[in-house]
Design a protein around this ligand. Structure first.
Ligand SMILES: [Zn+2]
Length: 250
């Protein structure tokens, strides 16, 4: 038996596969509360993982500025220490910085002391760089176990997941990625139709993209940028506001 399963009630284990679901399914709450949606259908929270990335993040910041879009960047601690000025620039331009662990290990298989180290090293790198701690955390691959979310909470961080992860790390054409991001526009159109009916409330999307790559700095993410360049004006025309995770829950 995997050690982390010991703390999961036997009745839950008896249902088979539930622990795996709790560890990996983005909206599962088995191993602690996570934020998986924005609180308004008009609010789209765009998030970027695995940076900072000197080859991509500066261009991405310029693109976001063109649409007055604010976003959330979940950073890898060891890259934060390598690129402190880029992290400061990202925060100075109104974006929110989140913790994406020190070295992007799969936390599912780590014990409590290793999880504390992975989260705290990155937490301190961000706090030392910005003079303020991160308030958001996202586990690598979205994988959790019983110690991950409580440790994030001990650092004062809420855990953010997503409603849509289109797979921008896959070697596919830009057109494929653009198509994979279609659900955001579809939801906006559906919500616009619903809002004409009184009393309907709905939530909004959290989109998970990547401006970096956890194994190396300066990785090419041109297709992610191109897909965003396609969608940002269209989403804006559908009435979506591009918000940080702070604004997504406020
Ligand atoms: Zn990641």
């Amino acid at each position: 038996m995997n050690p982390f399963l010991i703390s999961v009630p036997a009745a839950v284990l008896a249902t088979g596969g539930v622990a795996a679901y709790g560890a990996a399914y983005p909206r599962a709450q088995l191993f602690g509360a996570t934020i998986c949606r924005s609180n308004s259908p008009r609010k789209l929270a765009i998030t970027f993982d695995d940076g900072p990335n000197p080859a991509m993040t500066p261009q991405l910041l310029d693109l976001l500025d063109r649409y007055q879009a604010k976003a959330t960047f979940f950073l890898i601690g060891r890259f934060v220490r390598e690129c402190p000025d880029l992290v400061k620039e990202t925060a100075a331009r109104g974006h929110v910085i989140g913790n994406h662990t020190e070295s992007h290990r799969n936390l599912t298989w780590l014990g409590p002391s290793q999880i504390v180290a992975e989260l705290r090293l990155s937490h301190h790198a961000i706090a030392n760089t910005l003079g303020a701690p991160a308030k958001w955390f996202r586990p690598p691959y979205g994988f959790r176990n019983p110690w991950v979310i409580p440790e994030a909470a001990a650092l004062g961080c809420k855990t953010a997941m997503w409603t849509l992860i289109p797979g921008d790390w896959l070697e596919r054409p830009v057109e494929w990625l653009i198509h994979r991001m279609q659900p955001i526009a579809t939801h906006a159109q559906q919500n616009a139709a619903k809002s004409s009916n009184a009393g309907v409330t709905a939530t909004g999307d959290i989109l998970c993209l990547h401006d970096g790559y956890h194994k190396e700095l300066n990785f090419d993410r041109t297709r992610t940028l191109a897909a965003l360049e396609h969608w940002l004006p269209r989403w804006r025309d559908l009435g979506l506001q591009f918000v940080t995770m702070d604004e997504a829950v406020s």
